[in-house]
Design a protein around this ligand. Structure first.
Ligand code: 1GP
Length: 230
């Protein structure tokens, strides 16, 4: 199991309700992995509850860490965002520093995967929370992508449009400047067509909200990936 081969990932929000039936459909859909994370009301309780339910299915489960207090044991990977287009050092390396002061001795570094986030939807919660500077030119975004790969050597560059479908032309340009770093795209994928378009531009697509809005459409995004050549 290596996240470098993943093409489709479902992101489940521990703060949102999902029935056992829907969860089973998501976990058995053929998606490559389940990412557990959110920006709001993520607590150790709701993370543990959701994780326990997801871990009964045989697929990789990743925690995307947003608060230190909600980190639970037992995940395959821990994805750690650093928001490259925030001007607030807290979201770039501040919280990370706090976590390492506390847990640095006991961490299994092979499980920790840093992600260079570039958040481009000004209205999403993550942009507001982190004070992301979203009015960026193409050159600005490409510079962040290059920074992720060549300066910080991050394994993942995450183009985040959470809640809206983003600029696929821009995503395609980002992909062209990345060789080693994997391009994750997330935001507004709510149909097979959008899944295909996003996958044509990025290496891995992340599907979130539609799981809670229309389960059939969510499942279609996985089927679309199966129809798209690698
Ligand atoms: C959110 O990128 C993910 O972090 C997915 O976005 O919820 O809009 O699908 P959506």
């Amino acid at each position: 199991m290596d996240f470098n081969t993943w093409r489709h990932v479902f992101k489940l929000d521990p703060a949102k309700e999902i029935t056992d039936g829907h969860l089973e459909r998501i976990c058995r859909s053929g998606t490559d992995a389940i990412l557990i994370g959110g920006s709001d009301n993520v607590t150790l309780d709701n993370v543990l509850h959701l994780t326990e339910r997801v871990q009964s299915f045989a697929l990789p489960v990743v925690m995307e860490v947003s608060t230190i207090d909600s980190v639970a044991p037992g995940f395959d990977y821990y994805f750690i965002p650093t928001v490259l287009n925030s001007d607030d050092p807290r979201w770039i390396k501040g919280l990370h520093h706090e976590a390492l002061r506390e847990y640095g001795e006991i961490l299994d570094w092979d499980e920790l995967i840093p992600e260079g986030y570039c958040i481009l939807n000004a209205d999403c919660k993550a942009a507001k929370l982190t004070g992301a500077k979203t009015d960026l030119t193409v050159e600005d975004v490409l510079a962040y992508a290059r920074m992720a790969e060549h300066f910080f050597r991050l394994p993942i560059f995450y183009l985040e449009y959470s809640g809206m479908f983003g600029d696929m032309e821009l995503a395609g340009k980002v992909k062209k400047v990345l060789d080693e770093t994997r391009l994750f795209y997330g935001g507004g994928i709510d149909s097979a067509d959008k899944a295909k378009a996003a996958l044509a531009a990025a290496d891995t697509i992340v599907v979130g909200n539609i799981i809670y809005e229309n389960i059939e459409k969510a499942i279609e995004t996985v089927e679309a990936v199966a129809e798209t050549a690698d």
